[in-house]
Every structure is written in structure tokens, then in C-alpha cells.
Design a protein around this ligand. Sequence first.
Ligand SMILES: NS(=O)(=O)c1c(F)c(F)c(S(=O)(=O)CCO)c(N[C@H]2CCCc3ccccc32)c1F
Ligand SMILES: [Zn+2]
Length: 263
Amino acid sequence: GTKWTYAGPEGQDHWDENYPYCGGAFQSPININSELMRFDPTLRPINVRNYNLSPNEQLTFGNNGHSVQLSLPSKMYISGLPHYYSAAQLHFHWGSSSKPMGSEHLVNNKQYAAEMHIVHYNSDKYPNISMAVDKSDGLAVLGVLIEVGEFNPAFEQFLKFLNGIKYRDQKVQVPGFNIRSLLPTQLNEYYRYDGSLTTPPCYPSVLWTVFRNPVTLSHEQYMALATTLFSSHAQDSVSVMLNSNYRKPQPMDSRIVLVSFKE
Ligand SMILES: NS(=O)(=O)c1c(F)c(F)c(S(=O)(=O)CCO)c(N[C@H]2CCCc3ccccc32)c1F
Ligand SMILES: [Zn+2]
């Protein structure tokens, strides 16, 4: 499709000019506000399966100009949702070196430093993510809020490769590791709502699960993510930094947020 950015003339306020769904209903992210929460006792813990990848398995880690993404094998899946959902990729949203606030979802107006998304597609109904991406029951994304604090050895297993993918369309192979180690401890405490892709084409096809508990990155790890990458190609005459790649909170419309925990 045509190129889009997070700021400037092709920025998020203009996305709907080329991508009509971006101006539609049921958009993501949102500000997860206490007034709109409802405890739902039927919400089961998220079960992650085959997330413990062998180091013999190579994963493609790349800069796609909008984020850094780690491709994931479809044998990884989640259960405990209405369907089985197979993993496709994980990627991040972050702020900048001067503004360490770049999460997409807010909780009671609090924006976190960054956010990780693990994108899955409904493998009960669709053969791959391309067939699922624009279907209302097509995708399930796990959101993990990230704050600056303790050093995170799990994230280091791919952050150490960032210098190899500084520029758009650069890719490296990284050894598999336990993707479960990137998630918070409690997979039974989360926010749940119906929403969309947070990038164009903004299809309203995502069942969102945002875990209640954030994970941490050290200041150095956060700064590596926020200051290493470019959205421009290596050979481009003008270099454009890749940071603040988060969409602003979207209208709730008639939606409420279900929560799997009390208090
Ligand atoms: N926040 S978000 O909505 O989860 C989200 C992103 F923010 C994001 F940047 C990406 S992207 O990195 O692919 C760059 C722009 O599409 C995706 N890709 C998904 C949806 C698009 C098609 C596709 C195909 C294969 C694998 C993943 C995906 C995305 F889902
Ligand atoms: Zn995302």
C-alpha cells in the first residue's frame, strides 16, 4: 500500500485518507478507563503453547520501517479464547529518548514507556494471517505494557541484535528462545476488548488482550530501542529516526472493557 508515518503529512491524522477503516469504529488503541471496565468471571487464563523455542530454531528479526518485528512459527499458539490462534509475529511500540512514553494502550490515562504486541491469527478458521487479517474474528493480539526498571535478560536475547537492523528492510536471524519469558508472570489478569490493527489498514479484526501487569526494561535497554533504529533505508540520502511509533487512543464508541480480575 501507500506509505504512512506516525507524524507529518502522512501521519496518523491522515491515515483515513488512504485507509478508510482508520476513520471507522472499533479502533485501537484505547485508554483503558476504570469507569468502562466490567469484571467477567468467564474470562479464562491465557494458555500459551509451544512458546519455548529451541536455540536451533532461527527467527527472522527485522526492521520494517514502522517497528521491529520478530517472525514467529505458527506451531506457537494460544488457547483459552473462543478459537485457537497461531502466532505470526511480535513487534514493539515505543517513545523517544527525550520522552520515554510510547505505549499504545493507556491505563487510566497512564502511558507506559513501550508496548509489545504478539500477533496471532484464528487458525481454526483461516490458513494464514493474510486470509485472517481483515476478518472480524481473524486476529488475537497479546499486549504487554513495558516500563523502565530492572534489566530484562529475556528481551536482551534479541535487543542485542538491534545494531544489525538499524535501517528499513534489514533483517537478521536470531536463535529461538522461550517467548513465554517476555510475558508477565500472571497470564490470568488482563483487559479484553474488541478492536483493530493500530496501523493502516486498521482493520477492526482484533480481539485484544492487554495484560494487567507490565514487564520492565532497563533504561539502557529502552534507550537502545528508542535511539538505534531508522525508518529510512541505509542508502537513503536523508535518515529518519524510528521512534514514537505509537497511535493515539481512539474513541471507545459503544465499547466496554472486560477484565479477568477483581479489584
Ligand atoms: N499494533 S498491531 O495492530 O498489532 C500491528 C502493528 F502495529 C504493526 F506495525 C504491524 S507490521 O509490523 O506488520 C507493519 C504494518 O502492518 C502489524 N502487522 C500485522 C497486521 C498487518 C498484516 C500482518 C501480516 C503478517 C504479520 C503481521 C501482520 C500489526 F498487527
Ligand atoms: Zn502493535
